[in-house]
Design a protein around this ligand. Structure first.
Ligand code: MSP
Length: 507
């Protein structure tokens, strides 16, 4: 495990999304994972800073603006708010939202460029080669698949430009040495091997400026050139927290604990970015958590492919938490997942309606009928106590590996065990009395712990469960591991049956 385990501060980022398209399921996926991780770290008591934002410069955006008949500025101003709104509707708890067209970002990017140049790593040269605008990346012949871009399956362009180059070739050994001293910095582990393999092949310098268009940040020493969009975009992770403007704020947050990224942008993040930082005399990130793609019909969702699923349509249908739970629980982070509507409904019905929803509803019903509607206290010697302790430990361990699906699986073990405990004891058939009270107190205590453990994934529902079982305040104000210890349910509170949490859905 890397050093980002328990620092007290926790800084995590999502990629910043290109504003050539509206937010789609693929963007929502990475953002929800990052959000749940940050919510989890707040539960652990960390001082969390969670950053997301939009990537607004470069040829791809300029072309999209042209196609929309707008100036680049008007175009990005019309799309960036759609991301901010989507994240609000998905209950994303970001502390900041950076747009690369902001002044604070320009200042930081120019400072970073200057620092790399002062260190002798940026030089003028002529570039001749292949370029994919959709990737905003150069390729060599060997990268192509049937002559096309390996990701977008579209023809690449041949370009020739006088550019400034970042001397990445000087950083191979330093990067290898750094990774050797930081095993576990990239999760899942096989992604680290991929990065090491790539570095060992030998690194080529990359061009960091363009003269063929103007939509970007000018180089501080040569205003005829605008900054290459990836150099510009990567810098968001430091410009947002004060680099170039507020050294103290910057030093208090950097290095980042985790960059959450998709597997398609690993080279930029795990090779280019740490080298750029080293050149500027800044520490590399502490960690990267690399996710797979959420595929639709076996293809990566993208505007280019045309198979775009709008997450906001799904939350109108299944609820915010139904959607969040599905994307977190259904695909192990790191692997590719296949989005299907049937899968979404299936997960919802089995895990949310039948397990969690049903548990709360039967507990509230029985407490209403047999305990006068007042929740009894749990018993210290309950058979569920050990199950709960194991669920808490396991959930903590899986989140530390950035494995939300496995963390949720661990939490759901407690829900299943509690339902099984009720079925074994059948309190609904028994006469009111101490035996029924004991079983119901234990079930309420399990629900209290479940509400805390599940709150990063399904924050609204967790709060509802918390309130219905009569707990005061906010579930997200609880602190683990203390609040997860068996016996925290005080007893004596009124239980509110309420409407079903997750009405069953027909697929
Ligand atoms: N702007 C760059 C990132 C710059 S970060 C300094 C970019 N933007 S993007 O909008 O195209 O994609 C951003 C992220 O979303 C990538 O990590 C990508 O993997 C992720 N996803 C886009 N589509 C996706 C899926 N269908 N599934 C999962 N993630 C996907 O790249």
């Amino acid at each position: 495990m890397s050093s980002n385990a328990t620092s007290g501060h926790f800084y995590a980022t999502t990629p910043i999304y290109y504003v050539n398209a509206r937010p789609h399921l693929g963007h929502a996926y990475t953002t929800i994972v990052a959000d749940a991780l940050c919510r989890w770290r707040r539960l652990l008591g960390d001082d969390v800073h969670f950053l997301t934002g939009t990537d607004e410069h470069g040829l791809k955006i300029q072309q999209a603006a042209d196609a929309a008949g707008k100036s680049p500025r008007d175009f990005v101003d019309s799309i960036a708010p759609l991301f901010a709104e989507a994240w609000e509707r998905l209950d994303i708890s970001n502390d900041d939202f950076i747009r690369t067209t902001e002044e604070r970002h320009r200042i930081g990017v120019q400072r970073l460029l200057q620092a790399c140049r002062d260190n002798g790593d940026i030089e003028l040269d002529t570039y001749r080669g292949l370029y994919c605008v959709a990737c905003e990346a150069y390729y060599v012949d060997d990268d192509l698949v049937d002559g096309n871009c390996p990701i977008h399956k579209r023809p690449v362009e041949t370009v020739e430009e006088e550019n400034y180059f970042f001397r990445l070739s000087r950083y191979g050994d330093r990067l290898l040495e750094w990774y050797e001293h930081h095993p576990g910095a990239i999760v899942p582990e096989h992604r680290m091997n991929e990065v090491i393999g790539f570095i060992k092949q030998g690194l080529l310098d990359f061009s960091i400026s363009r003269t063929s268009f103007t939509w970007g940040i000018p180089l501080p020493w040569d205003e005829r050139h605008v900054t290459y969009v990836w150099f510009d975009a990567l810098a968001n992770y430091i410009t947002a927290i004060g680099y170039g403007r507020d050294d103290e704020a910057f030093a208090s947050r950097w290095p980042v604990d985790y960059h959450l990224i998709g597997k398609d942008i690993i080279r930029f993040h795990c090779v280019y970015w740490p080298a750029m930082l080293m050149s500027a005399g800044i520490e590399p990130p502490k960690g990267w958590a690399v996710g797979g793609w959420l595929l639709v019909g076996g293809e990566k969702m993208s505007k280019t492919t045309g198979n775009v699923v709008n997450p906001l349509d799904l939350i109108d249908d299944i609820g915010v938490d139904g959607f969040r739970y599905y994307v977190l629980a259904d695909t192990p982070y790191g692997a590719d997942g296949d989005f299907t509507y049937e899968g979404l409904i299936g997960r919802y019905n089995s895990d949310l309606a039948n397990n969690l929803g049903n548990l709360l509803s039967r507990v509230a019903t029985v407490v209403g009928k047999k305990c006068g509607g007042i929740g009894p206290a749990p018993s210290p010697s309950s058979p569920l106590a050990a199950v709960a302790t194991a669920a808490v430990d396991e959930t903590i361990a899986r989140w530390a590996e950035v494995q939300p699906s496995r963390a949720l699986e661990a939490t759901w073990q407690l829900i299943r065990a509690t339902n099984a405990h009720l079925e074994a004891n059948e309190p609904w058939k028994a006469e009111p009395g101490p035996d029924v009270d004991a079983v119901m107190g234990d079930a309420l205590e399990a629900l209290r712990i479940v509400a805390i453990l599940a709150s990063p994934a399904i924050p609204r529902t967790a709060q509802t469960v918390w309130e219905r079982i009569g707990m005061p305040g906010r579930v997200d104000a609880q602190r683990l591991p203390g609040a997860g210890a068996w016996g925290g349910y005080p007893g004596g509170s009124t239980i509110d049956k309420g409407e079903p949490l997750f009405p069953r859905r027909q697929s």
